[in-house]
Design a protein around this ligand. Structure first.
Ligand SMILES: Cc1cc2nc3c(=O)[nH]c(=O)nc-3n(C[C@H](O)[C@H](O)[C@H](O)COP(=O)(O)OP(=O)(O)OC[C@H]3O[C@@H](n4cnc5c(N)ncnc54)[C@H](O)[C@@H]3O)c2cc1C
Length: 380
């Protein structure tokens, strides 16, 4: 691979982690190239409930969240597979915004900050040699001093680099999931997020901008297979057993012709540095979506990555120190949250276990607050 222009930082993947990292690096005066395989603006599978943890950071970066009058969410309603409902309070709370809008706003901001963005461009390979990275993308070859993988929960690199750890301890986490998302019109309280359980899965609903609701669920690949790989059959046969879901699915106006779908999602632990590439966001580890703070974690990880990259490029630390420090910081902030998220999700699969768990949590509000808090961080 030959490349003429050398960048300080190359970023693979322009979701929340990649775009916010690019903006921070550009603000600090570094040359940044970012590759995103899709063309902005675009929809993404996500529950679109974003924890208030990240509000100060987004606002500082230049995204005027308070001015956008987004739905403020402070109540959680969980139903079990039979439709028994349990209300909970979300102490920290969050807000609803579509990824179509948020990612596009960050993309526009990154362009203003002079980040070079190649959208509709996939990175195919990255090689580290003689202190530099050579990046092979569909539009040519590039070189950079630092490369960051912010390619999300599922990418060609996970397969190419065999990144997902496998051990008997993680067998449960290695179950493969699919995520499905719709935007719908449905009369739903703007201060609430509901999580409706069904056999081997759960479905969230909450408001985003423009009076739209995001309806998004996660279930096992096996559930889909058992329904002949047909999403509508699975919804009618399995999701509709929860009366709340049957009502939503039969009464709502669906705004897309077909849903957004992501397959082969895994919650198994990943490495935070691989082939000398720093991983941020879901590429470093994906928290189970029922915790509702994967987006905040992706944003927070971009700050950790920026700080160590900045020290490296200023020659305050060497490459080994940068990698070591980043892994350490990442583990310190997120390892336990991911673990708790996996434990909570494992209680939500079977019908009787979900009901029993919810009954106990409802009777013990202090414990519930602790569980919710242990999957979240402090505002940053
Ligand atoms: C079903 C489901 C529901 C969820 N709901 C919520 C929720 O309500 N709240 C919450 O906080 N979190 C939620 N999450 C988690 C949240 O979506 C993620 O944590 C967040 O999107 C992570 O951001 P990211 O930047 O790491 O990845 P992404 O936003 O996925 O961005 C990665 C980008 O990389 C691009 N890419 C991949 N490979 C390449 C390549 N080779 N070259 C170029 N580009 C590439 C992709 O196109 C993508 O745009 C949910 C997750 C799932 C699965």
């Amino acid at each position: 691979m030959n490349a003429d222009i050398e960048y300080d930082i190359a970023i693979i993947g322009g979701g929340l982690a990649g775009l916010t990292l690019a903006i921070q690096c550009a603000d600090a005066g570094y040359s940044v190239v970012l590759f995103e395989k899709e063309k902005y603006p675009f929809h993404k599978v996500c529950g679109e409930y974003i924890s208030n943890e990240s509000k100060p950071f987004l606002t500082r970066l230049g995204i005027p969240i308070p001015e956008w009058n987004l739905p403020a969410i402070s109540q959680l309603l969980i139903t079990d597979n039979y439709g028994q409902a349990y209300p909970f309070t979300l102490d920290l709370g969050g807000f609803g915004i579509s990824r179509f809008r948020l990612d596009n706003a960050l993309y526009q901001l990154a362009l203003q900050k002079k980040v070079l963005i190649y959208s509709g461009t996939k990175v195919l390979n990255v090689v580290y040699e003689n202190n530099y990275f050579m990046i092979e993308a569909t539009n040519g070859n590039f070189s950079a001093k630092v490369t960051v993988g912010s390619f999300g929960k599922r990418s060609n690199f996970d397969i190419q680099w065999k990144r997902i750890l496998s051990s008997s301890e993680n067998n449960k986490a290695e179950t493969k999931f699919i995520g499905v998302k719709y935007h719908i019109r449905y009369p739903f309280p703007s201060h609430q997020i509901a999580l409706h359980n069904f056999k081997n899965g759960y479905c969230g609903i909450s408001m985003v901008e423009d009076n739209k609701c995001c309806l998004c669920y996660l279930t096992t690949t096996d559930n889909l297979r058992r329904s002949g790989n047909r999403i509508n059959v699975m919804e009618e046969d399995i999701l509709f057993q929860n009366p709340f879901l049957k009502k939503i699915f039969t009464e709502a106006e669906f705004l897309y012709t077909s849903p957004q779908v992501i397959a082969e999602v895994s919650f198994a632990p990943k490495t935070q540095v691989h082939n000398r590439v720093l991983m941020v966001g879901d590429a470093a580890g994906l928290i189970t979506p029922l915790c509702g703070n994967g987006m905040s974690m992706a944003l927070h990880a971009s700050i950790l990555a920026f700080n160590v990259i900045d020290m490296f490029l200023q020659e305050k630390i060497n490459r080994n120190e940068m990698e070591h420090l980043y892994s350490k910081l990442w583990q310190h902030h997120f390892k336990r949250r991911l673990w708790v998220g996996r434990q909570v999700q494992s209680l939500m699969g079977s019908q009787w276990l979900t009901s029993a768990t919810l009954k106990v949590l409802h009777m013990l509000p202090t414990l519930t607050k602790k569980v919710i808090a242990s999957t979240h961080g402090q505002p940053f």
